[in-house]
Design a protein around this ligand. Structure first.
Ligand code: ATP
Ligand code: MG
Length: 404
């Protein structure tokens, strides 16, 4: 058996990135190291040695002291964006005797721990100079296992253990399970986006989805204090913290929208309140994005979900900004968004009953089919630029640390 635990990390989509593959892999290695940082430091402090993460022949490897449980490493690494799957593996010299011997030991362990009765060998020869081809390697190793483990039978259709042999130059690996991981692309490989983060179910999911595509996340939250409470804002900070446990610390810009809402209520038609407020949110968000090197806005909008998310309403909302607005949930059903929220751990917090600034001046009959010209005319009663400027200048900034 090996002195250390070894893991093979597969990169899924990163592996498709052609010429940019080394760049994506380098970033991913950094992200994995960051995810293991605390565990690594603790292990070193306790005198058990550190964790190694490195690239080798198109794969990423992790070597960790045996004192750290395998599950700890798997749990931490499988939620790093860009990791497709991870396998605990054993390594030995690249010759068939050594591999055979290790395969027997490996299978004896499976028999002892899990009462395994069937297996099948899958061989891959990454080292093409090795003189024996994959099917023959599988046959030879399979025969050695049958001799070494008398209780085992080969089952080609439904084996309990899929014994993978990965024959490489110098060292070879065997493993059975592939633990599915979170997928996506490494954080920081796709710019920075500003999420409009409410306390609802949708926007935290939208932020998570873009972070999973490699985007760094910053947030803006609007409240209407004192109509909305401090507790409502704390709920949003908590949601940002949960998203941050995947995306890294989130800087959240907090804006009181009340002065603008009051102007709208005083000077504009009641049924247009929601759409007018949304246009202000977008304009303010755009200013904050530009100041903070965010290339795009992100919202949790979902086509047709509510009055402000009809095709017409989204068109009118979009028309007041000139940077791209990403709406990753646009084509999803609400039930699927809710499932995703449960999966990432934001759901329980999102459904806590707190007021949102959007519900403060809710019109009785909001327009569902706003016309841009009409809305612009209503806005002409307001000093839009001055209101946006004042709102941006009044921002508070909260750093939301990962909730672990
Ligand atoms: P969510 O569940 O994300 O609150 P929703 O279904 O309640 O969405 P709306 O209230 O129409 O829908 O909001 C649409 C989007 O506008 C939200 O997903 C979010 O991106 C943004 N938004 C709404 N309210 C706020 C707010 N108070 N602060 C920041 N962004 C907001
Ligand atoms: Mg909402």
């Amino acid at each position: 058996m090996n002195e250390q635990n070894i893991f093979i990390v597969r990169t899924g989509e990163v592996a498709l990135k052609g010429m940019n593959k080394p760049y994506f892999e380098r970033v991913l290695v950094q992200r994995i190291r960051a995810a293991l940082k605390k565990t690594n430091e603790q292990s070193k402090e306790e005198g058990n040695g550190g964790i190694d993460v490195y690239r080798h022949e198109g794969l990423i490897f992790i070597k960790s002291p045996k004192t750290i449980p395998e599950d700890t490493i798997i749990k931490l690494v499988s939620r790093v964006f860009g990791v497709a799957s991870i396998s605990p593996a054993w390594e030995c010299e690249s010759n068939l005797d050594a591999i055979g011997e290790m395969a027997v030991k490996f299978m004896l362990k499976q028999i002892e721990e899990r009462g395994v009765k069937t297996f099948k060998v899958f061989a891959k020869r990454a080292d093409k100079t090795f003189p024996i081809k994959s099917p023959e390697i599988a046959r030879i190793i399979g025969a050695k296992v049958l001799i070494g483990c008398k209780v085992l039978k080969v089952d080609v259709h439904n084996p309990e253990v899929r014994l993978h042999v990965d024959l490489r130059r110098g060292v070879s690996y065997i493993y059975d399970e592939k633990v599915a991981a979170i997928g996506g692309l490494p954080l920081g490989t796709n710019g920075r986006g500003l999420i409009l983060l409410s306390g609802g179910i949708d926007s935290p999911v939208a932020a998570w989805m873009m972070a999973r595509r490699g985007m760094l996340i910053e947030a803006v939250h609007f409240h209407s204090y004192p109509y909305t409470s401090k507790r409502a804002q704390e709920k949003v900070e908590k949601l940002a913290g949960i998203v941050a446990s995947y995306s890294g610390r989130i800087r959240m810009h907090v804006i009181n929208l009340l002065p603008i809402q009051e102007q709208i209520v005083q000077h504009c038609p009641e049924e247009e309140t929601t759409i007018l407020v949304r246009r202000f949110m977008m304009r303010i968000a755009q200013e904050i994005a530009k100041k903070n090197r965010c290339m795009m806005l992100i919202t949790g909008e979902d086509l047709g979900q509510v009055a402000s998310q009809t095709a017409e309403a989204i068109t009118v909302t979009d028309a007041c900004v000139d940077i791209p607005v990403l709406r990753p949930l646009i084509g999803m059903d609400k039930v699927d968004i809710m499932d995703k929220a449960r999966e990432i751990g934001t759901y329980e917090t999102s459904i806590e009953p707190f007021e949102d600034c959007c519900t403060v001046f809710l019109p009785k009959h909001p327009t569902t089919k706003p016309k841009l010209a009409r809305i612009e005319e209503s806005e002409s009663a307001l000093d839009v630029d001055a209101l946006v400027k004042a709102a941006v200048e009044s921002e508070e900034v909260v750093e939301c640390e990962p909730e672990v």
